[in-house]
Design a protein around this ligand. Structure first.
Ligand SMILES: [Zn+2]
Length: 321
């Protein structure tokens, strides 16, 4: 369990006080730990040993094997959760729980329920069997109809501070790596993002490649745009990541250029590269940042990928004329 201990402790308290709600909305950005918290809460609710999530009672054992009949979880299979998905789950609710006091239903990404699905769910939220607990995870509660929302207790998962993310990483890996300053900044308070970057080496390799390309564009006025484009084509599924890297790189050059302080760089593990480029004019660097932003916006509005990227690369290359 990563962070959010306070939330879990609060939920545990409601079990002790026999004050468990029938439905909860866990609200917060993707990767922040909503599902993990929901699973921990479910484990406590279903545990036959004083709701301790003991791991040893029959209910806990079946839960950890993924075969506890008192527990169900829904995902959005395609783009949305359909009325049939919801009905399939609801029809088993009349049967009392087999092992514990509760039946738990987690609806992941409940903001992707169709309106019909939400209406189907509403009836159960209004008159739930006494042993049922629904947990809906959403990015934003606003995406769920007000009638559904009003039946649920809202639990807000806020972003962590950079210091908290770093502390969680250090506790988990028992060390600290130079590139973590970048990873912590990049993750923007979402622990899941930080972990994904650390555990998938291809992200850090791609970052190196992107930084080399950006550096080459700044230094070598004859950099071949069409050759450089190949990197963007090959990684078009990670374009958001690539563009963020470029923005943070230009940002760092500006910061160093203005302060000569490398302790406040996001890419502190790449400080030599930042310092090398710190002599560049502020106006040129701002043009680079603008070029990346317009590519980003263009792609959000379905601009032609190759055109948007090549225009961006050309603008960056020309920002020092
Ligand atoms: Zn147990």
């Amino acid at each position: 369990m990563l962070g959010h201990r306070k939330i879990l402790a609060g939920l545990q308290e409601t079990i002790k006080n026999d004050n468990v709600g029938h439905a909860y909305i866990f609200e917060g950005p993707d990767g922040i730990g909503r599902r993990e918290t929901a699973l921990s809460f479910a484990a406590m609710l279903m545990c036959e040993q004083d709701h301790s999530a003991c791991g040893e009672c029959k209910s806990c054992q079946l839960f950890s094997e993924g075969s506890n009949p008192d527990f169900q979880e829904i995902y959005s299979a395609e783009k949305s959760i359909s009325v049939d998905d919801i009905r399939n789950v609801l029809k088993g609710l009349v049967i009392r729980p087999l092992y514990s006091e509760y039946k738990i239903i987690i609806i992941n990404d409940a903001d992707s329920m169709t309106v019909q699905a939400q209406n189907a769910l509403l009836k159960s939220l209004e008159e739930p069997p006494p042993y049922v607990v629904f947990i809906l995870t959403v990015q934003s509660g606003a995406a769920v109809t007000p009638t559904v929302r009003s039946r649920c207790q809202r639990v807000l998962f806020s972003r962590f501070s950079n210091e908290e993310i770093m502390a969680i990483l250090e506790a988990r890996y028992q060390r600290r790596r130079p590139e973590w300053a970048f990873i912590v900044s990049y993750s923007d308070g979402v622990i899941g993002t930080a972990l994904e970057l650390i555990e998938s080496p291809e992200y850090m390799e791609l970052r190196d490649e992107v930084l080399n390309v950006a550096g080459r564009l700044l230094e070598d006025k004859d950099g071949d745009i069409f050759k450089i484009y190949e990197l963007f084509e090959k990684n078009n599924d990670k374009i958001d990541f690539i563009l963020r890297i470029m923005l943070l790189f230009f940002r760092d050059i500006i910061i160093y250029n203005q302060t000569a302080n490398y302790n406040i760089l996001i890419n502190s593990d790449k400080k030599d590269m930042i310092i090398d480029n710190a002599g560049l004019k502020l106006s040129g660097l701002l043009k680079c940042i603008n070029a990346v932003w317009s590519a980003k916006r263009g792609l959000e509005y379905n601009a032609n990928y190759q055109l948007a990227i090549e225009v961006m690369l050309m603008k960056i290359k020309d920002s020092y004329v």
